[in-house]
Design a protein around this ligand. Structure first.
Ligand code: ATP
Ligand code: MG
Length: 781
């Protein structure tokens, strides 16, 4: 039973086969884009199970996104059947969560710990800065978090950072790190970087625990190894290095043979240095793992030779890389098509009409098409034009569904129920919707918590003892505590996540408040909450579909998926996870970062302007410029058959139009590969785009609504239901708003009315912007 050797090796070339059947020493597969690294890794897992009788439970495979994990799992299951289900195929984060849930007590955490995402971290950091009395202008939470994150990725703990502080500033930073960690711990919470660092620390502090996992995972496989950071490297090393080589220890009979390790990657596709990824991990593999074998793949099976030549030419401009010759026998294929647009609207119209042409005349399906851009904010114009032309689309990333205020509120309720020590969540919803528990009351409760050294939640339960608390507030707090305890009893009874969520929304008065409001945005909020309930229901019905569900547990029927499982799933959903599958009629819009590992028959690479791509930040900085070039390489190599490149002569970022020169990456393309449909010279003049948005009226879209995890679908849905497509938010000076790319701001002034309304908004470090509200991606907070 199961596939034969031949079947497992079918459709693989010689070096690919060698990688699949390799046994023993650590194996590195380095190869350019589209050479079958992911395919080889997947086949190898099937091979291990089928031919080498590896127990599926002894396999740990690491992918870059949850979506990639789900796909890989599916492929392996297709090959060797259901028994493959119990293998661990997941991201580093998911794998660490699973380990930590079991071992949390050893690190002084409860296994119900929360996972703080970027927004939670920011709130917590704001609290920390307040506690330390830091000037918010000088110490920005975002910058502090980035700094903390870097240390964690390098596995530097608070003590070490404190010890190394060389001046006042560094001491302050160290104090921030210390308090931030203490607050996390008090909240029984870990941030994303902690997940990895805590697991590494766990293995270091408890060798016997590490040995348990070393014994368990006999095969470790890592995709996209070029984007691992030091902490992730250390984790792999702990699981796979040979301890004899490390310490020279003698065999005491207890020794576990190191696991077999295979990593695959491409140094030219390392694009996460800003998040601590270290290209050295792949370059130094042979030193890090002595007696390692490496295999080189050179044939590309994805793209035409024209596309490959273009990609090879661009990446060839990076210094200090190992040159590799990637070739394809797919033939030259079509030439690359270039287009110089007047402005970003013209660029989007070019993309839209070209898609129409491809669909009508070349049998291309919209789902075959992807549009890439450098930054999230660039999606807006494409969305506007696609809505107008009735081209269904989805945006991957952007302001994500899970970042919307109402969704975060609802999740804060759930998280607080699962883990009442989670202060950030508890404080977030304590007076949301308003229930007469104001800042004064919160201060009184906080002092009680500080005085008696109890958690904020315990202090709420004993609010009657809080000195100075007004009687009315005390009554309101009692009501709140009673409600929470009632909801908690549902959670303790193992109630389904969707049922708990519906009770929360009803009992808290959250839904009622939105229903009573006349703010049109609140109608959208209700839809988003309905969506969240649907997501929870889907999860409760089919937990195995969830990447973080442990099928071993589910199969055995031991653990019904409850609220905690749901929260974990939500916490780990990454951008790329929101790509709906099986959707034939929909074009995909995404940033270049999100495109990693994917492939599409038709690719539009847009916004090729110096200052946009490469990003303005990289223009004067060699290492950053090289990272941008790798990003270009990733973008170009996603295309299988047809590649379009475009730039706009003028681009306005919701305010002043700017005139950007063509991207230097365009100059790096061999001229004979590109067929320019329109060049800058062909343009007689360009007119400043009208700030009132003149040429981009939105019509009735035909967006195909499809329920899924992406904000885009929700956005497109909302747009389809209400006309005009974008409600103009009613704002007043002093209102706080959230902008998709500028972040939080305060309205300073308003001019014009209704569709012509223009607001001047102060975005702090981003400056004051004048925005046409009908089109600006702002949300009132
Ligand atoms: P990236 O660097 O972009 O992650 P990769 O090296 O992981 O790319 P894959 O995604 O595994 O490459 O493969 C690229 C494409 O080539 C896929 O469509 C895959 O199915 C196909 N492919 C890989 N190897 C072969 C082969 N030997 N014969 C035919 N097709 C192949
Ligand atoms: Mg791959």
């Amino acid at each position: 039973r199961g596939p034969s050797r031949e079947e497992l090796l079918e459709g693989l070339n010689e070096p690919q086969r060698a990688a699949v059947v390799h046994a023993g020493a650590p194996l590195l597969v380095v190869a350019g884009a589209g050479s079958g690294k992911t395919r080889v890794l997947t086949r190898r897992i099937a091979w291990l199970i089928q031919e080498r009788q590896a127990h599926p439970g002894s396999i740990l495979a690491i992918t870059f996104t949850n979506k990639a994990a789900a796909e890989m799992k599916e492929r392996v299951e297709d090959l060797v059947g259901k028994r493959a289900r119990i293998m661990w195929v997941s991201t580093f984060h998911s794998a660490c969560v699973r380990i930590l849930r079991k071992e949390a007590d050893k690190l002084g955490y409860k296994s119900s710990f929360s996972i703080y995402d970027a927004a939670d971290q920011k709130r917590l950091m704001q609290l920390v800065c307040k506690d330390l009395d830091l000037d918010p202008k000088r110490y920005q939470p975002g910058a502090l978090l980035h700094w903390v994150s870097n240390h964690k990725n390098e596995l530097r703990d608070v003590d070490e950072v404190k010890k190394d502080a060389k001046n006042k500033l560094e001491e302050t930073y160290a104090a921030v790190y210390e308090l931030y960690q203490r607050r996390l711990r008090e909240a029984n919470a870990l941030d994303f970087d902690d997940l990895i660092m805590a697991t590494v620390n766990l293995f270091q502090a408890y060798p016997e625990v590490r040995e348990t996992y070393r014994r368990r995972f006999r095969h470790v496989l890592v995709d996209e190894y070029q984007d691992t950071n030091h902490a992730q490297y250390a984790l792999i090393h702990q699981l796979c290095a040979d301890p004899m080589e490390e310490t020279g220890a003698t065999d005491d009979g207890q020794r576990v043979e190191p696991a077999e390790l295979m990593v695959v990657g491409d140094a030219d596709q390392s694009i996460y240095a800003f998040r601590g990824a270290n290209i050295r991990n792949i370059l130094d593999f042979e030193q890090d793992f002595p007696n390692a074998t490496s295999i080189l793949l050179e044939q590309n099976y994805r793209s035409t030779q024209t596309i490959l030549n273009a990609a090879n030419a661009v990446i060839g401009n990076n210094k200090g890389r190992k040159p590799k010759r990637l070739w394809s026998d797919a033939g030259d294929g079509a030439r690359i098509v270039g287009y110089v647009a007047d402005d970003e609207h013209d660029e989007a119209r070019f993309v839209s009409s070209t898609i129409d042409e491809l669909v009508d005349e070349h049998g291309v399906r919209p789902a075959d098409v992807a549009v890439f851009y450098r930054t999230n904010a660039q999606s807006r114009v494409f969305e506007e034009v696609f809505i107008r032309t009735g081209q269904p689309y989805k945006v991957v990333g952007g302001v994500r569904f899970y970042e919307r205020r109402e969704v975060r509120d609802a999740l804060a309720y759930l998280r607080m129920l699962a883990n009442p020590d989670d202060q950030v969540s508890l404080r977030r919803i304590l007076n949301t919707p308003k229930r007469g528990i104001g800042d004064r009351a919160v201060e009184c409760v906080t002092s009680l918590a500080d005085r008696d050294r109890i958690t904020f939640w315990d202090a709420l339960r004993r609010a009657d003892d809080a000195p100075g608390l007004a009687t009315r507030s005390a009554t309101n707090i009692r009501g709140f505590v009673a409600m929470v305890e009632e909801l908690q009893s549902m959670v303790d009874a193992g109630e389904r996540a969707d049922v708990v969520l519906e009770s929360v929304l009803a009992r808290s008065g959250y839904i009622a408040e939105l229903e009573d409001s006349d703010d049109p945005q609140d109608a959208t909020r209700l839809e988003n909450l309905a969506e969240l309930v649907a997501v929870a229901r889907e999860f409760s019905d089919d937990p195995v579909a969830g990447p973080s569900a442990d099928p071993a547990d589910v199969d055995a029927g031991t653990v019904a998926p409850g609220l905690r499982d749901f929260l974990e799933r939500v916490a780990l959903v990454a951008d790329t996870d929101s790509i709906p599958q099986d959707d034939d009629g929909v074009v995909t819009l995404m940033t270049l970062h999100t495109a990693k590992g994917l492939e599409f028959p038709v690719v539009f690479l847009t916004g090729l302007e110096d200052g946009v791509f490469p990003h303005a930040r990289a223009l004067g900085d060699q290492p950053e410029l090289e990272e941008e070039r790798r990003l270009a390489y990733v973008g170009l190599t996603r295309a299988r058959e047809r590649l379009y490149i475009s730039r706009a002569v003028v681009r306005s970022a919701w305010g002043a139009p700017s005139h950007n020169p063509g991207s230097r990456f365009l100059d790096e393309l061999p001229v004979d590969l590109v067929d320019w449909k329109r060049t800058e010279a062909a343009q007689t003049s360009w007119s400043r785009p009208d700030l009132t948005g003149g040429n981009t009226r939105l019509g009735t879209p035909t967006a195909a609504g499809r329920r899924n995890f992406s904000s885009a679908a929700v956005r497109a849905d909302a747009a389809a239901k209400s006309k005009p497509a974008r409600e103009v938010p009613s704002l007043e000076p002093g209102d706080r708003v959230l902008h998709d790319s500028f972040g939080m701001g305060t309205v300073v002034a308003l001019e014009g009315v209704a569709e012509k309304a223009v607001a001047s908004i102060d975005f702090g470090s981003e400056g004051v912007k004048r925005l046409l509200l009908r089109y600006a991606p702002v949300e009132k907070l």
